[in-house]
Design a protein around this ligand. Structure first.
Ligand code: 6PG
Length: 231
């Protein structure tokens, strides 16, 4: 089921998302004493991440991984793990990268599988964004598109070489696989703006025939996703 929540102001959106995520984390910590979450990169979630990072909730029991990352060194401004470390670094949370070696894409993919195999899935929560081309995490059309949806040996993380390369970060990626994303206990997506709302409308109305990655994701999802939509 897709639960769409719409907000007239950015402030309301940020407050509600931060409050709901805090609730999810608190419940996970109460239930199992620990929590594993995956957070998307890009730019729009960071003001909410800042707000969240100032919430006292026992961060030292929380493990954070990127939902996806660009295969770049950590000192690159395109690195999602570096951006997450900047925001959550002082909270006490454990922040783990999806790979260590950025110099070699194939090696990064092997590392990502090894790292993901050691994590305790399912995720308590995954936070997704969506591009105006309908991508989510780093699930983009290209030679690895089907692999991201149906990874060999149920791999939790896979390499994706987007084609065409997205202009905002024109590099190959590591992404959590769609089955891994779909298994998260809570799946949220946060988007803003008319353009993305229109893409989302199209994905929902036309379904997979839209050709949008996010529509294919929704079509195979057998649990709830909450989508927060800002102005
Ligand atoms: C990435 C992402 C990606 C992002 C969308 C939306 O690292 O590129 O994780 O999937 O969530 O591109 O980004 P914005 O929310 O910043 O528009």
């Amino acid at each position: 089921m897709i639960d769409r929540k719409s907000f007239d102001s950015t402030e309301e959106l940020h407050d509600k998302v931060a409050a709901d995520v805090t609730k999810i984390l608190r419940n996970a910590l109460l239930e199992s004493g620990q929590s594993l979450i995956a957070l998307s990169g890009g730019s729009s979630p960071f003001p909410i991440y800042e707000k969240l990072s100032r919430t006292g909730l026992g961060w030292e029991k929380v493990s954070i991984i990127p939902a996806d990352d660009r295969i770049v060194e950590e000192d690159s401004e395109l690195s999602n793990i570096a951006a997450l470390r900047r925001v959550f670094g002082d909270t006490g949370a454990t922040i783990s990268p999806l790979f260590e070696t950025a110099g070699n894409e194939a090696q990064a993919a092997v590392e990502a599988r090894g790292i993901a195999d050691k994590l305790k899935f399912p995720l308590d929560m995954i936070w997704l964004g969506m591009g105006s081309d309908g991508h989510f995490a780093s699930v983009f059309p290209g030679p690895d598109y089907d692999t991201a949806f149906k990874p060999p040996a149920q791999a939790k993380a896979v390499r994706v070489r987007p084609d065409p390369l997205p202009p905002e970060a024109p590099v190959s990626r590591i992404t959590l696989s769609v089955p891994c994303i779909s298994n998260a206990r809570h799946i949220i997506m946060v988007i803003s703006g008319h353009e993305k709302r229109a893409v989302l409308d199209r994905a929902i109305t036309d379904g997979e025939s839209s050709g949008l990655p996010v529509a294919r994701f929704f079509a195979q999802l057998d649990r709830n996703i909450t989508i927060y939509e800002g102005p």
